[in-house]
Ligand binder design. Sequence first.
Ligand code: B1M
Length: 235
Amino acid sequence: MADEDDDLILSELDDEELVAQMFDDLYDGMRDEIMEATQILLDRGWAPYDVLTKSLVGGMTIVGNDFRDGILFVPEVLLAANAMKGGMSILKPLLAETDAPRMGKMVIGTVKGDIHDIGKNLVAMMMEGAGFEIVDLGINNPVENYLEALAREQADILGMSALLTTTMPYMKVVIDTMKEQGIRDDYIVLVGGAPLNEEFGKAIGADAYCRDAAVAVETAKEQVSRRHNRMRAGA
Ligand code: B1M
């Protein structure tokens, strides 16, 4: 298998074969190959968003399923994540390249106890591409980090990410603290992450749950313009 892979010339594969090979390479944590293949798809005229969703996110879904089923373990998944980040590093400037007017500023971070950051990074990239200014707090954020950054950055939006059922309740801790401090309504609060759903978003008092990065962009735009309209109307 290794010999076969050594002989493989990625640029000679057609699109379908290349995407299938990317799924394999992501699974095997082959960062260099993922970066090369990402570039090949771009050179063939693929839109950066399609490369992201059809090859990288598609491949990561397979990794996720096998992780869930006990076929892959943490070290292997870390390698896969590292390979995915290699591909994302090529796409990031392209997704962020935009003449869109500044839409607003978002502070985003993964909540305390949670170190998953791929989805959050993707949201940050897509939001940047849509004209939002992003302040990325990284992973494992206690409530103080969010509140300090919101005030310091005079942000419009707070974005929180959680991938574990054990960490998602922490989002409520952050929102409740904002309420206690009387600042909840100063910000648009968006939440996301695989174990969340719309009902959970409502229950914890977020403005919206975002299923994926594209939805996050659309929701943020909608919420910002709604807020502007309200302000214009003097409400
Ligand atoms: Co973790 N892990 N993991 N893991 N891991 C999951 C989440 C899990 C579902 C795997 C499984 O069992 N199938 C499971 C959670 C089960 C549960 O709680 N219900 C799990 C577990 C159990 C764990 C550990 C506890 C394993 C262990 O140690 N025994 C451990 C916990 C560590 C911790 O955080 N304290 C752990 C560790 C890891 C790694 C470090 C190995 C690695 C993370 C590497 C990294 O992120 N740098 C990892 C990974 C990679 C995963 C899976 C395989 C993939 C996650 C991912 O990156 N998906 C994941 C399985 C899965 O989700 N299928 C799994 C791709 C990404 C693009 O999607 O993150 O959903 P996602 O983001 C989407 C949307 O959700 C949304 O938009 C994104 C883009 O479209 N979104 C937002 C996300 N955040 C948003 C914020 C927003 C808006 C939208 O704000 C506005």
